[in-house]
Design a protein. Structure first.
Length: 392
């Protein structure tokens, strides 16, 4: 059997190459025995920095709970910038992340972890006890939509489940200099965002890619799926905006056109965020590998790609090799009677990104409660407020 101490040291060394920046986070990962929070898992899997460990699945086989990959846990803890003595609320209990937080806040801090599932709560408590953290983390069974008011205020709230909205309780339970780190879903995307409290609203300090199992309870939300061609669907993060589905179904059976931007295809995740926050109602197009093999779509759609829709026409982003641009060039395929117009619109976004934002910094993401009103520029409504995005 391989030595977990040696494997843990190797994992920390790997994370330290491109993820862990602070000595405190490195020390926490070096101390907490991750394998005690994943009993029965092979040690090589446990200490692989990019492997999540599923701890519970639903009847459909989808993950309901997991010990997240160490890489994303490290990223979020760095985003949180937790200091000794802080009070921290973790939403979604696995045990391991709470133990890491306990190391960061030290003996004068306080860690509360909340989960809606009694099995997950019992498992987290058992694992924390096995690792010696039962007196350093308080695990609560409750619907996290309401936070945990008994321990307020919190200097940090770290959400380890996919959230579609930010409940008012989370904002109300933050201290004046509080920060929420949350994998927030908006416009069909998921980003782990570190939000700072500023005048009753939340303003992004940083963000990165990150996806988690979805939140349960009152915070549950389902996407709208619009079938347009057999196993091809438009997925919409909100109510159906009224797409002309019969026309779109007809369009994808017709010949397509292609347009190329002359812009490099790099930083694709940031480019995608720019596209979906530069136009209203940009759904994501997903299709099966079978439709790709039949030549209906390109491989971009198998994992989902942002689609610009106008009436009965649509366009989606693709790429081709172009050594003059360093490897790849971005472009679009378009379908329907307005294919030329929708392709030009999409290519215009690709060129604008390349000219104005590709190397100039990140988006500013804000969350405004309903009481704050409607912002200028691009925004998407939620139950309790809106997510607004602007580009610097």
């Amino acid at each position: 059997m391989r030595d977990p101490v040696a494997l843990r040291a190797a994992m920390v060394a790997e994370l330290g190459e491109d993820t862990i920046r602070s000595k405190a986070v490195a020390a926490a990962f070096s101390v907490v025995p991750r394998h005690l929070f994943a009993p029965g898992e092979p040690l090589d899997r446990v200490y692989d920095s990019n492997t999540p460990l599923v701890t519970k699945t639903g009847p459909d086989g989808k993950a309901l709970s997991s010990v997240s990959a160490a890489h994303i846990q490290a990223v979020m803890l760095e985003q949180a910038e937790i200091e000794p003595g802080m009070r921290v609320l973790e939403i979604g209990s696995g045990g391991y992340n709470a133990a890491l937080i306990a190391e960061l806040v030290g003996p004068l801090g306080a860690v509360t972890s909340v989960d809606i599932d009694p099995e997950i709560v019992a498992r987290a408590r058992a694992c924390l006890q096995a690792a010696g953290y039962e007196d350093r983390v308080r695990v609560v069974q409750a619907d996290a939509e309401h936070g945990v008011p008994e321990q307020v205020p919190y200097d940090r709230i770290i959400v380890t489940v996919g959230a579609w909205d930010i409940p008012p309780a989370w904002i109300a339970q933050l201290s004046e200099q509080g920060r929420i780190v949350v994998p927030l879903r908006f416009a069909g995307l998921s980003r782990c965002i570190a939000f700072d409290l500023a005048g009753g609203r939340l303003v992004s300090h940083s963000y990165c890619l990150g996806g988690f199992v979805p939140m349960q309870g009152e915070g549950t939300y389902s996407e709208t799926l619009v079938p347009i061609h057999g196993e091809a669907t438009l997925r919409i993060d909100g109510p159906d905006p009224g797409f002309d589905v019969p026309a779109l179904r007809k369009a994808v059976h017709a010949p397509r056109i292609e347009r190329w931007s002359g812009a490099a295809f790099d930083m694709p995740d940031e480019l995608e965020l720019f596209v979906v926050t530069s136009a209203p109602h940009v759904p994501f197009l997903y299709a099966s590998q079978q439709l790709v093999d039949q030549g209906v779509f390109t491989p971009a759609v198998t994992y989902g790609t942002a689609a610009v829709v106008e009436g009965g026409s649509l366009a989606y982003r693709t790429k081709r090799e172009n050594e003059d641009l360093g490897g790849w060039e971005s472009g679009v395929y378009a379908y329907g009677p307005q294919a030329e117009a929708v392709a030009d619109r999409y290519v215009g976004l690709l060129r604008r990104w390349a000219a104005d934002f590709r190397r100039r910094g990140a988006a500013r993401i804000e969350y405004l409660p309903t009481s704050a009103g409607v912002p200028d520029g691009w925004y998407v409504p939620k139950r309790h407020g809106v997510v607004a995005v602007s580009w610097r």
